[in-house]
Write a protein that binds this ligand. Structure first.
Ligand SMILES: NC(=O)c1ccc[n+]([C@@H]2O[C@H](COP(=O)([O-])OP(=O)(O)OC[C@H]3O[C@@H](n4cnc5c(N)ncnc54)[C@H](OP(=O)(O)O)[C@@H]3O)[C@@H](O)[C@H]2O)c1
Length: 351
């Protein structure tokens, strides 16, 4: 079984009808298709609830030339999906979910069970290169679909939502790029303990639910913060920015603390903070992973090499069964994950 990443660098794969395994989708007894639709929007200022989603049987779709039929193995649970549950997402790169239609998730991984294109074969494992993966067990994918930060050696970096998918990698990468000190901020002492004891390279960690972030940060970074990788926005970010050094960098990656509110993205910052940012010449730039798609293949090679060499760890919190995607998403929003929250829809060891 080979792994193929359907990246943009291969925008026009051949679509000759040469690899067709018509039996694959229908012959397997008990292969039942399921889909999850968005039943109702949660309301801008309410947290999401599993009852917002409905699990339904659906037919196994047919594919056209240039398409593949994919059995979903993993679904990615992403905070940005919360913005899709409002009538306006507040950003131009993701659309709101359509009521009653299959949830248009952001990422996934699956195994090809039928192919009508030359470049992808039955049995290949694929991930999406462009945003989008439906919350559906067996789905059609088009074959063609398939850092910013100025870190200088020795600097002090702070990562918020440090025990999550992005934060965990950001912290480790800072260390691999020879940051002087990496400080993680996460919710609980247990998550802090995990950051410090699991060889992720974090030097210290702050539990924002039980500790005073400002006091702890002063203790851990008495010389100030040079780089802040901001995943959360809100009070935590205001506190960190107030302790940043002249010429520091804020990488504005996300603002999950505001996603269940009517605050837009990027969240506005107070006049006091704007003044600090101006006076200290702090660079505060938005980071959007989609701006770097051309660099994905190279980045993936680097990450893969680090991973193989044991220099990079990828923690996953797994939930099982498409039926549980809604509750897994809610759990991720509530911080019940360590590392990447995934839903295993089909066992990767199957068939
Ligand atoms: N710009 C981009 O291209 C891009 C791409 C992917 C993700 N993002 C953003 O990056 C951030 C992290 O995404 P992820 O996929 O890695 O998710 P994640 O960190 O794995 O999971 C979300 C985490 O957010 C934390 N959280 C929830 N409510 C919070 C609150 N009120 N205040 C502080 N932390 C809170 C929880 O951790 P705790 O237990 O620590 O609270 C939870 O585990 C999100 O803001 C997301 O939108 C941006």
């Amino acid at each position: 079984m080979s792994i193929r990443y359907a990246f943009n660098s291969d925008p026009k794969p051949q679509t000759r009808k040469i690899i067709v395994d018509e039996s694959a989708a229908t012959a397997s007894p008990g292969r039942r298709n399921l889909t999850i639709s968005n039943l109702e929007n949660t309301g801008v200022c309410n947290p999401p609830d599993p009852s917002n989603f409905r699990v339904e049987d659906c037919t196994i779709p047919k594919i056209e030339d240039g398409e593949v039929l994919v059995e979903t193995v993993y679904l990615s649970m992403d905070p940005a999906q919360r913005c899709q549950m409002n009538e306006e997402t507040g950003v131009d790169y993701i659309e709101p979910l359509r009521l009653g239609e299959t949830v248009h998730g952001l990422g996934g991984m699956g195994k090809i069970i039928q192919s009508k294109c030359e470049t992808l074969n039955v049995g290949d494992i694929v991930v999406n290169s462009e945003l989008g993966w439906p919350w559906q067990r067996i789905c059609v994918r088009k074959a063609s679909e398939l850092t910013k930060g100025n870190l200088r050696k020795g600097e002090t970096c702070v990562i918020s939502s440090a025990a999550g998918a992005v934060g965990m990698l950001a912290g480790q990468i800072c260390k691999l790029l020879e940051a002087g000190r990496v400080i993680g901020i996460t919710s609980t002492p247990e998550k802090c303990e995990y950051l410090l004891t699991s060889n992720l390279g974090f030097d210290s960690a702050i539990a924002y639910k039980t500790e005073d972030v400002s006091t702890k940060l002063k203790e851990m970074a008495p010389e100030g913060v040079d780089l802040y990788f901001d995943n959360v926005g809100g009070d935590i970010s205001d506190t960190v920015i107030k302790q940043m050094n002249e010429g520091g960098d804020v990488i504005l990656c996300g603002a999950i603390s505001t996603y269940n509110t009517d605050v837009g993205y990027p969240p506005p910052i107070s006049e006091e903070l704007q003044q600090i940012i101006r006076q200290k010449s702090i660079n505060r730039n938005r980071f959007l992973v989609l701006d770097y798609t051309t660099e994905f293949p190279e980045a993936l090679r680097t990450l893969e090499a680090w991973f193989r060499d044991g220099k990079l760890k990828c923690e996953v919190t797994m939930r099982y069964g498409l039926e549980n995607a809604g509750s897994a998403f809610v759990e991720m929003m509530e911080g019940k994950n360590i590392g990447k929250m995934l839903v295993e829809v089909t066992s990767p060891r199957k068939g």
